[in-house]
Design a protein around this ligand. Structure first.
Ligand code: ADP
Length: 489
């Protein structure tokens, strides 16, 4: 599927089921990283638009509103319908995403399909969330209710915009919250297409609202808003900290954060080296390295280290770069110029720090923000490229001798989002899985996600979990009702 004609129908803010201009009338320009062409002029919101969206969401959440009066099974019908519509429009949504963020089309398409299943997974939860009847020692009846928390703010990034939106929208809608979403400015248009589908599915007005624009304006207004009671955020640790501060300063919003990582992948000496090289390669280079769980520290046993480095270099050299709509291409561009420059700077730091540049390290082509797959060997734990999140196609290969020691080294980070081990030794796999300080661990595979499995970070990689039953709790609060029982006269 090369260079499809992408039809972009929606470019405006969505409030009360209507697409509208921003109050200021301002717009911003979306530039495709694929070829630096202008994709669209998009309505640029600010605080006034967030205020309007929150008013709509608050009205939709009022006791007795159409949305609050829906039975759980009716919410399930809407979520299933949305899943079906996302499936129906998967090609369109995926094409817009690829144009906006440069993700290889097949991966964009796969992401949209998973998103559809996330809606279906949470449709199944709508009528299965319930409170309890509790034993008491003083003759009262105590029951708890699990109630939707209210108007929630959701802030998402551009690297997997449709999936990350689905795993925020679906549990919030399943339990009956209303939403103000701020997508990343680099993925506004694919977000708006799926937004239009919520209206088609039949969600009442005000339940889902989307304000487009920049982080320091729209994002900050969401995290500071006194009528938003909960904020869920996926993005950098730096911005996550700002959101916590804003939430604390405003109204003590409940906060769920899914942040950065510097995830270790440990390769033991008992493996098939070719297979391990393949897994490690995809684990870092997928989506041009722009994945929060990217395995950006590859720890390889000294016995197979040289062979592993040689084969990793060969594989990186073979990786085909170019137009992400070309089905033979494995890697598209970085999302924008700023991120491109940041990655190139890390490559420079890596070279200066004494790591060995095996391959890559430079721009590919002259148009679009492409970076050649880059492999560094002889990386040590103290180097900046082994400590900081690069968010680009840059593999760091480190050497280890001792299994217990590599677990300690893998844990020696402020992050804790993902981790992986490749081994045929069940004892090593289990020991590592238990000892590693990270929210997800993958054994003999990497970055596999499924709607039923909770996902989130240890340490500064986040607070709380998304996906699975855990995510429902993000959008619920418990009410205790105590009833005095009067003995019969
Ligand atoms: P990335 O580096 O992946 O772009 P960011 O954390 O910068 O991650 O951005 C993730 C999301 O957070 C985007 O939607 C962005 O616009 C938003 N954002 C950026 N700065 C702020 C801020 N100060 N307050 C709230 N949201 C923000």
């Amino acid at each position: 599927m090369a260079n499809p004609k992408v039809a972009i129908k929606y470019k405006k803010i969505f409030i009360n089921n209507e697409f509208i201009d921003s109050k200021s009338g301002k717009t911003f320009t979306s530039i495709s990283p694929v070829n630096e062409s202008v994709v669209a002029e998009i309505a640029e919101g600010d605080k006034a638009d967030v205020d309007a969206a929150v008013r709509a969401a608050k009205a939709a959440f009022e006791y007795g509103s159409e949305w609050r009066n829906l039975q759980p099974a009716q919410r399930a019908i809407l979520l299933n319908k949305l899943g079906d519509l996302v499936d129906r429009d998967a090609e369109q949504i995926a094409s817009i995403q690829t144009l906006e963020n440069g993700k290889v089309y097949a991966q964009s398409f796969g992401e949209v399909k998973i998103a559809a299943n996330v809606f279906r997974y949470y449709a199944g939860w709508c009528d299965k969330v319930h409170g309890e009847t509790l034993p008491t020692d003083n003759g009262q009846l105590v029951i708890t209710r699990k109630e939707p928390i209210g108007v929630v703010g959701q802030i998402v990034p551009w690297n997997a915009p449709i999936l990350l939106l689905a795993l925020k929208w679906a549990p919030a809608l399943a339990v009956g919250c209303t939403i103000v979403l701020k997508p990343a400015e680099q993925s506004s248009l694919c977000t708006l297409h799926i937004t239009a589908l919520t209206k088609e599915a039949g969600f009442p007005k005000g339940v889902i609202n989307v304000v487009l624009g920049y982080g320091p304006t729209v994002g900050a207004a969401v995290s500071e808003h006194p009528d938003i009671v909960k904020v869920t955020f996926t993005g950098s640790t730096e911005v996550g900290k700002k959101i916590m501060i804003a939430s604390g300063k405003s109204n003590l919003k409940r906060v769920t954060l899914e942040l950065g990582g510097k995830s270790p992948l440990v390769i033991c000496d008992d493996v098939n080296v070719d297979e391990a090289v393949n897994i490690a390669h995809e684990a870092i280079f997928s989506n041009s390295g722009q994945i929060c769980v990217a395995a950006s520290r590859t720890y390889v046993h000294s016995k197979i280290y040289d062979e592993f480095v040689k084969k990793s270099k060969e594989l990186a050299l073979k990786r085909k770069l170019g137009d992400p709509f070309d089905s033979t291409v494995a890697q598209g561009p970085q999302v924008d110029k700023k991120i491109f420059n940041r990655v190139m700077n890390y490559i420079k730091i890596g070279k200066e720090s004494g790591a060995k540049l095996e391959t890559g390290g430079e721009r590919f082509g002259t148009v679009g923000y492409y970076i050649k797959p880059t492999v560094f060997s002889n990386v040590t734990d103290d180097m900046v490229i082994a400590k900081e999140e690069i968010f680009g196609p840059v593999q760091q290969i480190l050497k280890y001798e001792n299994f217990d020691d590599v677990i300690k080294r893998a844990n020696n980070t402020t992050y804790g989002l993902g981790a992986g081990i490749i081994t045929n030794d069940i004892n090593k796999a289990l020991k590592f899985s238990q000892a590693i300080e990270s929210g997800s661990v993958w054994v003999n595979q990497y970055a596999a996600l499924t709607p039923s499995a909770p996902f989130g970070g240890y340490k500064q990689s986040g607070i709380g979990r998304e996906l699975g039953p855990d995510a429902l709790e993000n959008y619920l609060q418990t009410k205790t009702i105590s009833i005095k029982l009067t003995p019969p006269a």
